[in-house]
Design a protein. Structure first.
Lengths: 511, 113
């Protein structure tokens, strides 16, 4: 009797729980938003204008996925093309769901200096996010595109030997936890790096950590996790490094890689200018867009010229990495520096990136795409550059224009060292905290026995990830009609079969 | 009479074969990407959730020109370095050549190897 009652009680309780959950879920304002009556005054147009701006730039940032896909696939070997494309697609879908469920809440929900805990499953959203005047869900979409970028950067250094199940595991950690929690520290409401500098308050001299569009939050985070992944995985089978008489693997399609890189540059026009979250700061978005361009130009050109003396060749690959490095570097300072400052920042990135590539080769770390030199090292440089080159003319963008009441001033403009110290604290925090968490996660996933391990089996790696993990090569030669129907293997083939011929072992997969 | 040794091997075995041949003093070889099927009759792969038949499996063809005295050794070397023991390891064969000339110098026969 007691057992039956107990069972009934459990059933009733779980039913009540489901009812409560469903009511809670559909009670969310995301399900049924009510808008205020429309009044066409100038003030009432600020939010629509800013929302359009944020949406347009969100779409541009989202399009960077196409750039990443093409760049990474083009730089890699042809046998892992399908793998790279699917990783980008799958990570995007995974990131979207995680962002909706927990990521956005951890990063942009109210909470403490360490983590947010509001808006889980987009519950309780309002018309506009915070004081931005931007539609809440437009802001959500914009920030999702950013999170997705961080997650995709990571895969670049891990190309060619990461098992797909391992990819799912680490991507969940990156998109669901590492990126949003670190992001909260800088961009979240009350985040300790962006508001108080926490324990380092005394060292910061009244300044707070500045990262306009994410040299640290997106790129250093992505780059450092990528490095941790590459270290945990080890090099691809057969990869020899320069000091062992080898060198990098040649790219399989530079046409695709170049188009991908230029798509990324194009997408950056959403990444940086969109980070004002305000079109009303119209001088700000103009300055940011111009600075972004100049840094990319300087980075691409300097990288080519930097490697020319040693190779006597005009190197396309390093020009792509170079301008991407310039873009990564200008991401943090783009709002606070002058156009000539942007040129310097991009030019230095154009040297940092090839030196970073050399460094990884020296350390025998296999990063086929250059994810760490471009996103990690150029990201660190860009973050620090605010402390040197911020002009002291600009503060922050707000919903109805620029607010220059508190300006950001770097060392070279007479602002002293405090901003530089603050930037170094923020960047170092990212490297140490994100780096150690990422190393732990990567080694933990690698230690899983069987197919959920981070690294694919040696057989699968030798066969190539496209066939082994995905069943389809990206490129193949079509013979005949290009149809794949044929005599089923179990029917007798034409011609006599010698009695001595052993039957093919169907469990023995030919490679 | 120089020999032409030809082998069809698994693509990922190429490096091992190359190193083995180099170690035995072979100075040059030619490789091509080829596709074909053997006893296993192709293999089955999947696309958009459905199976399809890969009738022709990608392989690498290695061609080496060797002096007569080296032919057996080179065949053995290729066989041992390309072998995995699993189905699809490929084949290696050799035949002697009537004519062989080094184009640059006009040398003939074993001298042209």
């Amino acid at each position: 009797m007691a057992v039956i009652l107990g069972g009934k009680m459990l059933g009733i309780l779980s039913l009540l729980g489901i009812m409560k959950g469903v009511t809670w879920y559909f009670d969310s304002a995301a399900g049924a938003q009510t808008s205020a009556p429309i009044v066409h005054t100038a003030n009432q147009l600020i939010s629509p204008i800013n929302t359009i701006w944020v949406l347009v730039t969100a779409f541009l940032v989202f399009f960077m996925q196409a750039g990443f896909m093409a760049l990474e696939a083009g730089f890699a070997r042809s046998r892992e093309t399908v793998n790279i494309l699917l990783e980008c697609v799958f990570d995007t879908c995974l990131c979207g769901l995680l962002w909706w469920a927990i990521g956005f809440a951890f990063m942009f929900g109210a909470g403490n200096g360490i983590i947010g805990h509001q808006y889980f499953f987009l519950h309780g959203v309002s018309g506009a996010y915070g004081t931005t005047g931007v539609a809440f869900l437009a802001f959500f979409l914009f920030q999702f595109a950013f999170a997705d970028t961080a997650s995709t950067i990571t895969s670049g250094a891990m190309v060619g030997r990461t098992g797909f199940k391992g990819d799912i595991l680490y991507s969940t950690c990156v998109s669901g936890f590492i990126y949003p929690i670190f992001g909260h520290w800088v961009w979240g409401p009350g985040g300790w790096l962006g508001n108080t500098m926490g324990w380092f308050h005394g060292l910061a001299g009244g300044t707070v950590f500045r990262d306009f569009a994410g040299s640290t939050v997106v790129h250093t985070v992505g780059g450092v996790i990528a490095l941790a992944g590459a270290i945990a995985l080890g090099p691809r089978l057969g990869r020899k490094f320069k000091r062992d008489g080898g060198g990098p693997t040649p790219p399989h399609d530079l046409t695709m890689a170049s188009i991908g890189a230029v798509i990324l540059w194009f997408g950056w026009y959403g990444f940086n200018p969109g980070s004002t979250l305000s079109a009303m700061d119209w001088t700000g978005i103009g300055r940011v867009a111009a600075n972004t361009t100049l840094a990319a130009c300087a980075g691409g050109m300097v990288a080519v010229l930097f490697v020319y003396p040693r190779s006597k060749k005009w190197d396309l690959g390093i020009s792509l990495n170079g301008f991407l490095g310039g873009l990564v570097a200008i991401t943090a300072p783009c709002y606070w520096v002058s156009p000539s400052g942007a040129l310097i920042i991009g030019a230095v990135a154009g040297i940092v990136v090839p030196l970073g590539v050399d460094l990884l080769e020296r350390l025998r770390i296999d990063d086929p795409i250059g994810a760490f030199p471009v996103h990690g090292m150029a990201g660190i440089w860009g973050t620090l550059s605010i402390g040197l080159l911020a002009t002291g003319q600009f503060g922050i963008p707000t919903a109805d224009g620029a607010d220059n009441s508190t300006v950001v001033k770097g060392l070279l403009y007479g602002g002293g060292t405090s901003q530089l110290v603050t930037q170094a604290i923020g960047s170092l925090t990212c490297i140490v905290v994100v780096g150690s968490v990422a190393l732990f996660v990567m080694y933990a996933i690698k230690s899983i026995r069987g197919s959920w391990s981070l690294r694919v089996s040696p057989d699968g790696e030798l066969e190539g990830l496209d066939l082994h993990e995905h069943g389809t090569p990206a490129y193949h030669v079509e013979f005949g009609q290009g149809m794949t129907y044929s005599t089923p293997a179990n029917l007798p083939r034409s011609g006599p079969v010698p009695a001595s011929m052993p039957a093919p072992d169907k469990t023995d997969v030919p490679v | 009479m120089p020999y032409l040794v030809t082998a069809i091997i698994k693509p990922f075995k190429l490096e091992e074969v190359k190193e083995a041949l180099r170690g035995a003093g072979v100075l040059g070889l030619t490789v091509s990407e080829v596709q074909g099927f053997g006893r296993q009759g192709g293999k089955t792969e999947t696309f958009r959730g459905s199976e399809y038949k890969m009738e022709f499996v990608p392989k690498v063809k290695v061609e080496v020109l060797v002096e007569t005295s080296q032919a057996d050794k080179v065949v053995d070397l290729i066989a041992s370095s390309a072998r995995t023991g699993k189905i699809g390891d490929g084949k290696v064969w050799a035949f002697d050549l009537d004519r062989l000339m080094r184009i640059r110098t006009g040398e003939m026969g074993d001298d042209a190897v």
